[in-house]
Each structure stands twice: as C-alpha cells, then as structure tokens.
Design a protein around this ligand. Structure first.
Ligand code: SF4
Length: 392
C-alpha cells in the first residue's frame, strides 16, 4: 500500500475521501430481512468482480477523484466481504494505494460473517493492512438467530471476536438486530452484555424489518414485534450503553470513546466525499453530485468489459433544496444533530414553534446552538425529520 504520513486536518495531503467496496456475494441463501444487494457467491464471479472493481477504482482516479486526494478510510461491505481471501483484500488495497495516497491513520474495515473468521483469515487481513473488523453477530441467543434465519451459532460469533483480538485488531465492532421475531428486552440486553464482556468497542443495533424502509435513509425501522416492544428494546440498549459511558453517536451506533466511532460511516452522515465501487455502490462528491451504480452484477460486469461504467450509473447534481434536505435528514441521525441556524434558515419565524412542540415532548434538545434528537426522538426519527424538512 502507498501509505503517507497524512495529517488530521487534510491540508498537507490535499482533500480527503472514503472508499467503499461493495462485495456483492453471500452464501447460497439470503437472509429474509436484508435489503442490501448480493447474489450467491461462486469463485469465478468473485474473480471477475475483483478485476472489474480494480478497473472502476482506476477509472475514478482518472476522473472524478483525479488530482490531489488522500484516502482517509476504506470499507469492505456487502454482501459478505469475508468471503474474500486476505490476498484479494491485499490486492485491492494495493490498487487503492497505487491510485492515491492512503493516510497513515486511515481506518480500513472489513465486515465479516462469524463463520468465516479464523486465525489464518484474520491474521491475513491484518497483514494486508486491515485495522478494523465489523462482525455480524446479530445476537448471542441461539433460538433468536434461528428465528431471524442466521445459520451461525452464538459461539462462532464470540470466537470470531476473540480471534480478531488475537490477530491484533484493536478495533472490533459487533452488529446486533433488535425487534426480530421472539425478541425481548432481556434477550437483547443479554447480547449487548455478552458483546461488552468480549471487549468490543463499537456496537451497531438495527431494527429487524422485512420490507425496505420507506424513507431509504434509515435501517432502524420497526420490526415484527409490536411498536412498544421495539421501543422498549431500543431504549433499554440506549440506557445500558449510556450507563457504561458509551457514546450514542448515531441513531443505530454506539462507541466506547471517540476513537471507536466508525470514521468511514461518519463520512456518509457528515456529507464528506466518498467513492463507492461495485454493483449498487453509491458515491458522493466532489461537489454536490451523487452517483449510484445499478444493483446488477451482470450489467456492471458488462460495463467493466466495455470500459464505460457510466452505462450502469445514475448521476444527480443536487440543488440547494435537496442539499438542505440531506443536511437535515443526515444530521438528525447524529448525536450532534443539526445547526439551529440551518433550521432557522429553512423555517424562518416558524422554527421556534416547531422545535418547542418537539422539545415539550422530550423528543429533542438544544445543545450549543445545535438541535439534537433524544433517544425518544431517535425512535420517531422519520416523522420528526419529515416535520423539519423544508416543506415540513
Ligand atoms: S449475509 Fe448479510 S448481506 Fe448477505 S443476505 Fe444475510 S444480511 Fe444480507
């Protein structure tokens, strides 16, 4: 990898951006609740994807991310990125390093299925330069895992975390699913406690849902347990982690200290530039431009063969209203919320009335001239964000 010293404010090495690889493969059966794009893995398809995604990366270097850019984070998501061999991951990191400088402190994450993590795989990833693993634990309850259709046993997830530590990963995150069939507060809290015992320093907790969320912005939707049960589980997790001194830095994410926050995902929520590579991947920037690759591996591979990825990419230049909508929608997901002056610009004299109504129901608070949702406000995120959008 072409790693540079970097600096924390980005001046020395130019502008910074994140790189996302969408690995569109899973094992034979897909999970019913999942709304990410993936297909059943086959080694020849993985080989074609590796070649094509390297080509897409190099094209971005010649195009939109040409010039003086530094990579501040790299994220392998999916799909199931742990189906990649460490040498595949190392190869792609080499490609990124040939295209741009990678900041010395860059966060490099791979999402992994517990069943794929053994000492050899974890050690190989560490050697390749990966420094953060995100483990798809979902739950430490065997019956609940079966109810939501996950094949691994709880012991596999615990072992994956332990193996990651032994391989030298200082940053390990666990994903949990709340609100699935048969879930309860004690069951969910039991999984959080177990994750804490195992020493993870980051947790993501998503709501189980079988339909895509209407807004497309959030995954913390309502599950098949009733709304009261879901709310109880979510608030119980918030309370437990707050008691342990963790930061609830985003609607579905908690970190044990500032350094443990997922820097790559903050790039999305804070509207900083990122390059998404692979079918279904999205990109933002430079400037107010968003692009989205079609969620179709065959079409994307055909585009790679033709040397023109624009054939599978939609492009949108955001106007001022859309930018304002995104600032509200994405900002409200964060602990630090949105600047009061942004809402005043959008709602003028009506701002105080709108905010007072929500503050009176303890759904938001004003902190240092920023409007921040409370835990109860996060539960009603879609409806509150809708009220605070320009036309709300
Ligand atoms: S393994 Fe992950 S990405 Fe694949 S279908 Fe299940 S939840 Fe979705």
């Amino acid at each position: 990898m072409n790693v540079c010293d970097g600096d924390s404010n980005g001046k020395k090495n130019g502008k910074k951006f994140g790189v996302y690889f969408h690995v569109p493969f899973c094992r034979a059966s897909r999970c019913a609740y999942c709304d990410f794009y993936s297909i059943a893995a086959g080694r020849s398809a993985v080989g074609s994807w590796l070649e094509a995604v390297a080509a897409e990366c190099e094209q971005a270097r010649q195009g939109r991310f040409g010039g003086s850019w530094t990579v501040s984070s790299i994220f392998f998501g999916g799909g199931t990125p742990s189906l990649l061999a460490p040498r595949d991951i190392a190869g792609l990191l080499e490609v990124v390093g040939r295209c741009w400088n990678i900041a010395g402190e860059a966060e490099i994450t791979v999402e992994c299925n517990p069943e794929d993590v053994d000492g050899r795989w974890a050690g190989g990833c560490r050697k390749a330069g990966v420094n953060r693993l995100s483990v798809g634990v979902q739950s430490f309850d065997r019956h609940y895992l079966a109810a939501i259709g996950r094949r691994h046993r709880p012991g596999k997830a615990a072992r994956a975390i332990t193996v990651a530590r032994k391989a030298g990963f200082a940053k390990v995150s666990a994903d949990l699913i709340l609100g699935g069939p048969g879930s309860s507060e004690p069951l969910v809290l039991g999984s959080v406690e177990r994750a804490l015992e195992l020493g993870v320093e980051h947790l993501s907790a998503y709501g189980y849902h079988l339909d895509p969320p209407a807004s497309g912005y959030g995954r913390a939707g309502f599950g098949p347990v009733d709304d009261d049960a879901w709310s109880g589980q979510y608030l119980a997790v918030c309370a437990l982690l707050r008691k342990r001194g963790w930061r609830h830095y985003e609607i579905s994410n908690w970190a044990n200290g500032d350094d443990a926050q997922c820097r790559h995902n903050l790039t999305y929520w804070e509207r900083r530039p990122y390059l998404g590579l692979g079918p279904s991947a999205h990109s933002y920037g430079p400037g107010e431009t968003r692009t989205a690759n079609a969620a179709d591996l065959e079409r994307w591979l055909a585009a790679a063969r033709s040397g023109d990825f624009s054939a599978v990419r939609t492009r949108e230049t955001l106007d001022g209203d859309t930018v304002a909508c995104e600032q509200v929608m994405l900002g409200l997901r964060l602990e630090d919320g949105v600047p009061l002056r942004l809402l005043e610009r959008l709602h003028g004299a009506e701002t105080a009335q709108k905010l007072d109504l929500l503050a009176g129901r303890s759904l938001l608070a004003l902190r240092s001239e920023r409007v921040c949702l409370t835990d109860g406000g996060f539960l009603l995120y879609d409806s509150i964000a809708g009220r605070l959008l320009p036309a709300g």
